[in-house]
Design a protein around this ligand. Structure first.
Ligand code: TEU
Length: 518
């Protein structure tokens, strides 16, 4: 680390989806006690920080992203005491804890929304959300044509005839960020957690919150679910930056704390605006998630992500998967080939300067799971009229040990999503004992990222080794990826790691190597 660099500059974050990590109380749903029980797993990976998906009080319509009380922990996850204990135990192992903050919307069960429903049109209570009269002679049409990210209209009508906006599920009404009370309450939430020793926040839908005056129609309401466009009026409105400045002014009172925005904005200049010195510390850049397994596509994603962060001299960020996208093993084709490519891409990601985010199960090489209709829980499934299966497939609980489900995840055989029996070969216990496993591979490359790379700048030096080869020097190490179909020669040097067995002089298809050339 350079002098004055913040702890997150080249940090390894490990994302925990709490429902799916480990269950300590036998209800079949993961909880914070489960996280504490498995902190050794995180220590052995050598992660610097945890990002916990929401654990605040919630009816769980969107598994915690519908927050009913932002300043308390849901009993399902063990309550506030369990979080305090996690923070303490993680800190004792030098692991930081960052929470998910959900400022765009609340749960419809939040006391504010319940009072807004009771108080009626024109009331101060309704001004905390986005209520409007409908269009058409009797107001029977929604106020505009916006669609929900999860499918269907973004408006729901209440019994007195008004409509309220929800960019996500109907149980997630959007807050009215033009109302100063909304920021005042968020400030309380930020200080509440930071005063308890939390190390920062991943900010949900950080490109949302602010809405354009008059709520103009979308030009493309037929947009795919979970997608938005840079000129989409639902997101990335200029007013969002004032909100981030407000958040930053609070975080600056806690210099140890980091903010990382979930920013689904692809124009580099627009993306960088979120990273100005008085806004977010870092922003998730999703180009690598969207890249094909193809040297040109990956090169473009890395170049753009580096360029976007460098506009404001921010740390770049890298992620291959999270709880909203298909697992990379599946995205890259599934089976042996998907796994080989996922391992190779992990080496590309871990060779890059900046913060990296590993999603729980990625270190085991977990694929998506084909789940039967009757177990699906993502609100997208219902809202899409059963045409989109949603994100459950990448949220299946972690297999820890044993030879049959629930694989030590829970004492309860009824886990919130079923774990496939085929995962007996993928458990942590089994992989730990096998030096050639994906887990052993991850441990070794994570360790090497910390010890063999010396990142001094947020840039890489590209090498041209031929088509279908991606090659770059970074932190003093050469990373080479072969996205072609034939074995290719490696430059001379010492191979310090490879994603597949290699003889030292050539690189098989679908694999990567780190080479020290000096
Ligand atoms: O995700 C936001 C989300 O759904 C994006 O994938 C979406 O495509 C984008 O906003 C469009 O620009 C976050 C959480 O990660 C997700 O799990 C939640 O369901 C969602 O917010 C609602 O809180």
């Amino acid at each position: 680390m350079t002098a004055g660099a913040k702890w997150w500059t080249n940090a390894i974050f490990y994302q925990i989806y709490p429902r799916s990590f480990a269950d300590s109380d036998g209800d079949g749903v993961g909880d914070l006690g489960g996280v504490v029980a498995h902190l050794d797993h995180l220590s052995s990976l050598g992660v610097d920080a945890i990002w916990l998906n929401p654990v605040t009080v919630s009816p769980m319509a969107d598994h915690g992203y519908d927050v009913a009380d932002p300043r308390d922990v849901d009993p399902l996850f063990g309550g506030l005491d369990a979080l305090d204990r996690l923070v303490q135990e993680a800190h004792a192992r030098s692991i930081r804890v960052t929470l998910d903050l959900v400022p765009n919307h609340t749960s419809s069960q939040h006391s504010w929304f319940q009072s807004a429903l009771a108080a009626g049109p024109g009331s101060a209570e309704r001004e905390r959300y986005i209520f409007r009269d409908g269009r058409g002679p009797a107001g029977e049409q929604p106020p505009n044509n916006w669609v929900s990210v999860f499918g269907g209209p973004a408006w729901t009508r209440v019994p007195d005839g008004q409509w309220y906006l929800h960019l996500f599920d109907a149980e997630q009404p959007d807050l009215n960020w033009d109302n100063p009370e909304v920021f005042e309450d968020l400030e309380k939430t930020l200080r509440f957690w930071l005063d308890r020793g939390v190390d920062g926040f991943r900010i949900d839908v950080a490109h949302g919150m602010s809405k354009p005056p008059g709520l103009p129609d979308m030009t493309n309401p037929d947009i795919e679910m979970l997608r938005s466009q840079d000129d989409d009026p639902r997101f990335n409105h200029e007013g969002v930056h004032e909100i981030h400045r407000g958040i930053r002014s609070v975080l600056d009172d806690y210099p140890h704390a980091v903010s990382i925005g979930e920013i689904w904005v692809f124009d580099n200049e627009d993306f960088a605006k979120y990273l100005r010195p008085d806004e977010l510390h870092m922003g998730f850049n999703f180009r690598l998630v969207r890249a094909e397994f193809d040297a040109v596509s990956i090169h473009g994603a890395i170049e753009n992500a580096l360029a976007a962060a460098s506009i404001e001299d921010a740390s770049p960020t890298w992620t291959l998967s999270n709880h909203d996208v298909d697992r990379e093993v599946t995205r890259y084709g599934g089976g042996h080939r998907g796994l080989a490519r996922a391992r190779a891409m992990a080496m590309v990601m871990l060779a890059l300067p900046g913060a990296v985010f590993v999603y729980n199960g990625e270190e085991l090489g977990l694929p998506n799971v084909d789940l039967p209709d009757e177990v699906l829980q993502d609100p997208m499934w219902e809202r899409s009229g059963h045409t989109e299966r949603g994100r459950d497939a990448c949220r299946v609980p972690m297999p820890w040990s044993g030879s049959a489900p629930p694989f030590g995840f829970s004492s309860n055989p009824q886990t919130w999503l079923p774990i496939p029996p085929q995962w007996d070969t993928l458990t942590v216990a089994r992989q730990k004992a096998d030096p050639d496993s994906t887990l052993s591979f991850f441990r070794s490359i994570l360790h090497l990222r910390r010890n063999a790379f010396h990142f001094t700048e947020n840039d890489v030096e590209w090498l041209s080794l031929g088509p279908e080869l991606l090659a770059f020097f970074s932190g003093g190490v050469l990373c080479v990826l072969n996205t072609g179909t034939s074995e290719r020669a490696l430059p001379a040097g010492t191979v310090i790691a490879s994603s597949a067995p290699i003889d030292g002089s050539s690189l098989p298809p679908d694999s990567a190597a780190w080479v020290v050339t000096a």
